[in-house]
Design a protein around this ligand. Sequence first.
Ligand SMILES: [Fe+2]
Length: 438
Amino acid sequence: MTDETERLRDRVAVELERTRARTALLTDAVDDDDLVRQHSPLMSPLVWDLAHVGNQEELWLVRDVGGRDPVRRDIDELYDAFQHPRRDRPQLPLLGPVEARGYVRTVRDKVLDLLDAVPLEGRRLTTDAFAFGMIVQHEQQHDETMLATHQLRVGAPVLTAPSPPDAAVRVGDEVLIPGGPFTMGTSTEAWALDNERPAHTVDVPAFFMDAACVTNGEYARFIADGGYDQPRWWTPEGWEHRVRADLTAPMHWLRDRDWWAYTRFGRTEAVNPDEPVVHVCFHEAQAYAAWAGKRLPTEAEWEKAARFDPATGRSRRYPWGDEDPQEHHANLGQRHLAPAVAGAYPAGASPAGVHQLIGDVWEWTASDFAGYPGFAAFPYREYSEVFFGPKYKVLRGGSFGTDAAACRGTFRNWDYPIRRQIFSGLRCARDAHLSELG
Ligand SMILES: [Fe+2]
């Protein structure tokens, strides 16, 4: 075994255990009643997420990669996300808290055992330990989903974390991103998922990208200006949803005399006008941008702003370069339970000076979720391909609840345009006019 393979095995073991510690934190923080209860019809009971994470790990790593006997073939159907919509999951004969914890432990022990034996080459699924990376990302994505469930849970607060850092620099208004081709997506990132592949050239005309995300204070001005009462800012589909769902403010906002209060993980406090707005749906994001005289960026514009380095003409892995995210780059990984204000992470800015593209809040883009030219489903169609089409909008950049393992400059998230229980905000863009190109 080469040193490199050994280092890869060590890295996989560290990532698996680091991720499981987060899952344990999110599921041990509540009592058994809260673990089996459904906190919102939009979400699974936390105990479903827990055993589902173990079941996916069993399917891919124990059975497929390891070629070992099933641990619990009898529960596969219960934890198949395509068989049962979230609202129906509480009625299923799910594993209880003790059984679920025992199950994920048994699966993990087998995985750590086979990690030492399985060759990390020869098969695409195991080359560069891809299947292990896929399972780490899957669990981290469910951890973010469980964090969103915590946000929907009613009751005394159970999660704590230090506040994110304050602004270290003043961030400007908007930045010109020069027109021309750039490389979007990746063919080289070892743990990138099928929908991020392959790398391809996209010609993006010059445009302006806001240097920071839209803040609560800016969004409150949209509300105060009657933004939710005027169909002209909304698309017909957005307005229909705005009326039907009776939207009047971001999710979790409550009117408090002439300002707003916000309940975050069980604590109610005044909305901080400087923080990025979060818990808005695509339609609200689109309406805000129209009111502001701007628009949402396309997905290609977002990625160009995040990755393109005009000095070299190449695309970076992250806005700051090719280095994996460190604590000073971005607000990721649930280290904090809130997005940070603009200017808190100057070391994470892009070459053009766009701040906090990674972390803090997911950013809605104008784009439908679609396969890149040359897309090939891997390792299964249900990972992304079945979601391609106009029903889903792409979000980019990750949130304070996204782990670095599940967030890259190329990483793509998608959801229905009416969803806002996720940690979603927005950043505006606008066309560049000839007279502004100098
Ligand atoms: Fe899943």
